[in-house]
Design a protein around this ligand. Structure first.
Ligand SMILES: [Zn+2]
Ligand SMILES: [Zn+2]
Length: 305
């Protein structure tokens, strides 16, 4: 898995930072990408990355502020125009369906793929399949804003071919049954339990991607023991009062969330246009003083997970 940051600015586009959008590339895990928020001109940003619009399988919207959704209708239309035929699901707060459908209807945009919506009506589990689970909780922002916790399920351990060989069990179709943990009987009468020959499971990773927010309990709940947290940092150290007034967080508050959650890594994004590229070192260093493993995303930053 890897993150590709498409937009890392707060509120309005700036020369160096476009408004919010983030791609979670999961080529190996599911041959698809997930998008988190889609600010204006996100599709232009994609053109400068290896991200393929038609590979986007799910879009998760944190909240309905314009800097997180104004790129959506255009992106959806282009996905169709560029030959995207795979279904796409959009998750987000109540209202996202009306916004997208109205935009597509009035502009007479006809999609050549199935577009479905899951509007968030309750906290907790939002999506689950064999490999991933996504949980959602509300945060503390001027309008309803959500954070997502993406949980990769544990991968079953490898079949220990070395041990099977040692026990004189010849390779064959039997192995696939043993791999599933089934019990089989050999021709010589021995009964073999697959579970005795499976290595330790590989624990799945947990990632928290949080929408705009003030510090709150749910940022910590979503980020608990996460491999990586993506947290907004619209303001810097010493601007706590302003952060509170505008329903945002400072670098320090983001770092404190990572500490409380016992997370491994923190990536700061949603950086105000008042900060220049020269200010970045200061921003990241003040967060690092609280939580050492902090990085700051720029547009087109790629982070391997
Ligand atoms: Zn925002
Ligand atoms: Zn917002």
């Amino acid at each position: 898995m890897e993150f590709v940051f498409l937009g890392t600015g707060a509120g309005i586009p700036a020369k160096q930072r476009n408004v919010s959008s983030l791609i979670l590339q999961m080529n190996e895990e599911r041959g698809a990408s997930w998008m988190f928020d889609c600010g204006e001109a996100t599709q232009h940003q994609i053109l400068r990355t290896p991200v393929k619009t038609r590979k986007i399988e799910k879009i998760f919207i944190t909240h309905l502020h314009g800097d997180h959704i104004y790129g959506l209708p255009g992106l959806l239309g282009s996905r169709s125009f560029q030959g995207g035929t795979e279904p796409l699901t959009i998750y987000g707060p109540i209202g996202i369906k009306e916004y997208v459908e109205t935009s597509l209807r009035l502009s007479q945009t006809h999609l050549k793929y199935d577009l479905s919506f899951v509007e968030i009506v309750e906290d907790g589990l939002l999506f689950e399949d064999e490999t991933f689970r996504v949980e959602v909780l509300p945060l503390d922002h001027a309008i309803l804003s959500y954070g997502y916790r993406i949980v990769e399920k544990d991968k079953p351990g490898e079949l220990r071919a070395d041990l099977l060989k040692e026990a004189g069990i010849p390779p064959g179709p039997l192995y696939s049954k043993l791999k599933k943990g089934e019990t089989v009987q050999l021709e010589d009468g021995r009964i073999i339990n697959g579970r005795d020959y499976i290595g330790t499971p590989k624990p799945g990773r947990v990632i928290a991607i949080l929408g705009d927010t003030r510090p709150c309990e749910n940022t910590v709940n979503l980020a608990l023991h996460a491999e990586c947290i993506v947290h907004e940092a619209t303001f810097q150290k010493g601007q706590e009062e302003m952060a509170t007034d505008y329903f945002h967080s400072t670098t320090i508050q983001a770092a404190e969330c990572a500490v409380k959650a016992g997370a491994k890594r923190l990536i700061l994004t949603h950086i105000s246009s008042r900060f220049t590229m020269d200010d970045e070192i200061e921003l990241v260093n003040e967060a690092k003083a609280v939580f050492a493993n902090t990085e700051l995303a720029r547009d087109f930053s790629v982070f391997k997970l």
